[in-house]
Structure formats: C-alpha cells, structure tokens
Design a protein. Structure first.
Length: 507
C-alpha cells in the first residue's frame, strides 16, 4: 500500500480549503431534507399528482446514487478541484431551475440534474480532504468537522426548510443553494491546491460505468417503489432482480478490466469494507427515524414546520458534540472500532428510548433525550468512519473510495425510508384492525395506530444499529492513527492489515 500521502508536506491553505469543502457538504446534506418540508406546497402550486409526487425525491436519489462511483472516478481522472467546482456550479444552476419550475416535468428534470452534479461534488469533496490532510491529529479535527456536518446537516435542513416554507415560499428551498454553491466554488477555485501526483490517468472503464450506474439506479428505484407499491409488486421485484444481475456483472467486469472504475482493492481491505457496511446500516436506521419523527411531531403533536425543525436540535447538538468533542479528541488515542462500536451502541440506546413513544408522550421526557443520545452516538461513530474510509488509500483511488462512502449512505437512506416505512405501515394497519371495534374516538385511534406503526419500525432500527456496532467491532481491526503505518492490528502478530483475498485474472 502506498504511503505517499503520509510523507507530503501539508498544504498551508488546507484549513481555508476545509471551510469551503464543509460549506459544499452542508449544501448537499441540507438539500436532502429541506425539500421534504417544501414538497406539499410545491405539489399544490405545480399541480403535481399524488402518484407522481415521489419523483421530486426519487429523481434526485436515482441520479445521485447511480452516478456516485462515476463521479468519484472522474474526480481521480480530471482532478478533484476541477470536478468539485464543476459540481458546485452545476448544482447551483439546477437549483435555480428547480426554484423557477412551472410544472412537474421541469421540477423532475431539475431534481435529476441536481443529483447528477451532486454525484460529482460529493466524492470530490471527501477525497480532497483525504489528500490534503495527512497529519493524524489534523486529519481527526478536519474529519470531525466534516462528520458533524454530514450527520447533522440533514436535521438543520428541516429547520431551514421550515423557515423558508412558512415565511417565504417553497421556491426558496431551491434558491438558497445558489449562494452556498457560488461562495464554495469561488473559495475552492482560489484556495484549494490539489497534490499533482494524486491523479489517476488510466483509461475510463466504460462497461463499469454503465453496469454500476444501471445497477445502482435499479437498486435505489426498487426500494423507493417498494415503499409506495409493496415488496411483491412485479416491477419492484424486477428492479431488484435486474440490480442483482447488473451489480454481479459489474464485479466480474472489475476483475477482468485493466483499469477498473472501482478497483476491488478498495473494497477488499477489511477496514474500509467494515466502514462501508456499518455506515450504510446506521444510515438505514437514521433516515427512517427522520421520517417518523417529522410525521409524529407535525400530525400527532400538531407542530408547525418551524417548530418541527427546532425539535430536531438535540440531535444536531449531539452530533456536533460527538464528532468534534469525542470522536476528534479520541481518534488519535484509541482504535477506530472502540469509537464506532460504542458510538453505534449509544445511538441504539437513544433509539430504544424512542420506542416508548405514545400519542401523549412529552417532548422533554422521551424525544429530547432519545435524540440527544442518538446524535451523540452517531457523531462519535461517523467521524472515525469518514476518516477511515480514505485512510491509507492510494491517492489515485481517493475519489472512488470517497464515492463508496456516499454510495453506502445513499443506498442506506433509500433502504431505510422504504424498509422502515413499509414495516410501520403494516403495523399501523394491524393495530387499526385489532382496535377498531372498541374505539370511541376514530381520530384518536388513527393517531394511536400511526404511533404503534412508528414504534414497531423503530424497534427494527434498534436492531439495525446493534448490527452496525457488531460489524464495526468485528471487521475494523486497524489501530489508532499514528502508531505505525496503519497502527497495530488486533489479532495480527506483525501489525499488518488483513485483506479479504479476491482472485485477480492476469492479462
């Protein structure tokens, strides 16, 4: 494994660069939730049918999730700074198109374009951090800030979306991206100096691009369709089948081609594999909870959009504290698994508290402490996960390694929304059927059934977080940064990292 990244002199402008990279990441993460708050108003204004409203979310998710690996490879090929700036300017233009939308076709097209340019800038941002911050302690601080934004930005989006929708207009949930993008792009252009030796100028793997894009699009669409049409729907099952075939074909192709889109050495190293898997599982749990709490607070508790946004503040505070005060401070002192495993356990404890939700639960008694523990645990785990995903990676692979982090989160978000929402819907229907005969207040019964569905799904989220914790402890065995090339490894006499062996076909 190349250690070139560890011996370069640090970039004197790296902390200024971090500010603009963090701003771009905040914009992307905000956009993932800010549109959800604005969707009902946009649907009414643009005359979007009930059956088509999901495409405001799905069009973005398909383009973003499907093109992430391609975007990461382009960053390695063309230069991360260049792709980062192109992605920002394109995202701004697509956001302007969405804010000016006059009909559903224009809205769906703008959301797909946002996804395309988001798939360029997201992996470029993370890979820029990977190649610019090489000192272990500085890397911990930088990824602490990045992890706090990646984890807490979605909740901030709920607050901002509530303000913009309630006091201005839903169109401003799109227009607000433009100043973010322009400032970040200008700052990046003048401040970021990318290491020249980090480029990967190999021929672009066109078959890999096609297979990975179609496979990920099929997978994400399968889960989003399952949410609305059910798991046994013919098209849902077809999408899952097509995804399996395409992704298997993609892996085989990556074995065979000389310059693969996703070098399997990126996945074969057990620590990175553990990060991708555990992080994806954690995001499944977290995205499902965002959805349930938003509905619980607005429908059952009658909160306004702004009040709902502020109700997520404990999670934001917890994530920032976990990332910057716990994760960043301890990352250079303890192995990552001793932050990620316990972090996911604390998050599971917070989720466990939220299984006690009832229609008359007090915010302070249940929701506040549950969110605080969830945010604290996620923030503590996210920071070393973001850093470890690109730690020790060869500079030429930094883009695709970063893209895999985003891919695991994007696919995890799609799975979480579909899987947990389906579980909740089934439990709600069952509760309603069991209690309808003796009900005296139909509206109260409706709320009770809804909450019963939410808590049933949250129990599943608890189990998923426990699985994420177990995987992190089991697979991630590198030592703390700075104790050697990769740190001492548990269960290894010589401290060499274990690697999952994948056969390579000679050319």
């Amino acid at each position: 494994m190349s250690k070139t990244a560890d011996t370069r002199l640090p970039d004197p402008s790296r902390w200024k660069a971090l500010a603009f990279i963090a701003l771009a990441q905040l914009m992307v993460v905000l956009d993932a939730t800010i549109v959800n708050i604005a969707l009902p108003s946009a649907q009414t204004d643009l005359g979007i049918s009930e059956g088509n409203k999901q495409w405001v979310i799905t069009a973005y998710a398909l383009a973003f999730g499907g093109l992430l690996l391609f975007g990461g490879r382009l960053a390695d090929l063309w230069g991360r700074k260049r792709v980062f700036v192109i992605g920002l300017l394109g995202f701004a233009a697509a956001s302007a198109l969405g804010g000016a939308a006059q009909g559903e076709a224009m809205m769906f097209g703008s959301r797909a374009l946002q996804g395309v340019f988001g798939a360029l800038l997201a992996p470029a941002a993370l890979s820029l951090l990977a190649v610019m911050f090489t000192d272990a302690k500085e890397r911990a601080k930088a990824f602490g800030i990045y992890g706090a934004i990646a984890g807490g930005g979605g909740a901030v989006g709920l607050i901002l979306g509530g303000f913009l929708t309630e006091y201005l207009n839903w169109r401003w949930t799109f227009f607000v991206n433009i100043p973010f993008a322009i400032v970040a792009a200008a700052g990046a252009y003048f401040v970021i100096r990318e290491p020249a030796e980090g480029r990967n100028r190999s021929t672009l793997d066109i078959p890999g691009v096609i297979l990975s894009t179609l496979g990920l699009v099929s997978l994400v669409y399968g889960f989003t369709r399952a949410e609305s049409s059910g798991w046994t729907d013919t098209l849902t099952m077809t999408m899952f089948g097509a995804s399996a075939v395409l992704l298997i074909a993609f892996i085989i192709t990556e074995w065979l081609v000389k310059s693969p889109l996703l070098p399997l050495r990126v996945l074969a190293e057990r620590n990175r594999g553990g990060v991708y898997l555990s992080l994806g599982l954690a995001v499944i749990a977290m995205f499902g909870l965002f959805l349930f709490l938003t509905y619980y607070l607005q429908i059952v508790k009658g909160y306004s959009p702004v009040k709902t946004g502020f109700a997520f503040m404990p999670m934001i505070v917890g994530m920032i504290a976990g990332s910057t005060q716990i994760g960043a401070r301890l990352m250079t002192r303890v192995p990552p698994r001793l932050l990620m495993g316990p972090g996911f356990l604390v998050a599971a404890l917070g989720m466990l508290l939220l299984t006690q939700l009832e229609t008359d639960s007090s915010y302070a008694g249940v929701i506040l402490f549950g969110q605080l523990l969830l945010g604290l645990g996620m923030g503590t785990a996210f920071m070393p996960a973001m850093s470890l995903a690109t730690h020790g990676i060869e500079p030429r692979d930094a883009g695709v390694a970063s893209a895999m982090v985003n891919t695991s989160q994007q696919v995890g978000g799609a799975i979480g929304t579909a899987l947990l929402n389906t579980i909740a819907a089934g439990a709600t229907t069952a509760y309603f059927a069991d209690h309808a005969a003796g009900a005296t207040d139909p509206k109260l019964l409706q709320y009770q059934a809804m909450v019963a569905g939410f808590t049933s799904a949250i129990w599943w989220a608890v189990g998923i977080l426990l699985a994420a914790s177990a995987i992190a402890v089991w697979l991630i065995n590198t030592g703390r940064p700075g104790t050697g090339a990769d740190g001492p490894v548990a269960g290894s006499a010589d401290g060499a990292q274990d690697e999952i062996k994948i056969p390579v076909i000679a050319h």
